[in-house]
Design a protein. Structure first.
Length: 115
């Protein structure tokens, strides 16, 4: 069985050079589908190390190709999804890794908001 990271790598190998937005969209859709209840990235049933690894991998695929807005998008979606689930489930879900990755982008891009 292929891992989610292997599937994402295939998308980026096929589309990443000429159509990086297509590679991102396919990878993002894979993450969304697997984040649903019972999926590999469901915080209730999934392995956190695997979940963090998949999101981190997509973050770095985008960031290393000079697409920080897409890296930012995937981390914000992770943060938002887990925040909503945390409220719905009534239990704490650790979102520190999403915040960590967003902090990296903040420091690298120097985007400190309006001054």
């Amino acid at each position: 069985m292929r891992t989610l990271i292997e599937e994402m790598n295939d998308y980026w190998a096929e589309f990443g050079k000429d159509e990086p937005l297509e590679a991102f969209q396919r990878s993002r859709q894979l993450v969304i589908e697997e984040s649903r209840d019972g999926g590999q990235l469901d915080p209730e049933t999934g392995d956190f190390e695997n979940i963090n690894g998949v999101y981190s991998h997509l973050f770095h695929l985008c960031r290393n190709r000079g697409m920080p807005p897409l890296a930012d998008t995937i981390m914000r979606e992770w943060w938002k999804d887990w925040g909503a689930r945390q409220y719905r489930l009534g239990k704490k879900l650790h979102r520190a890794w999403a915040a960590f990755h967003l902090s990296i982008l903040f420091l690298e891009t120097g985007d400190h908001g309006m001054e």
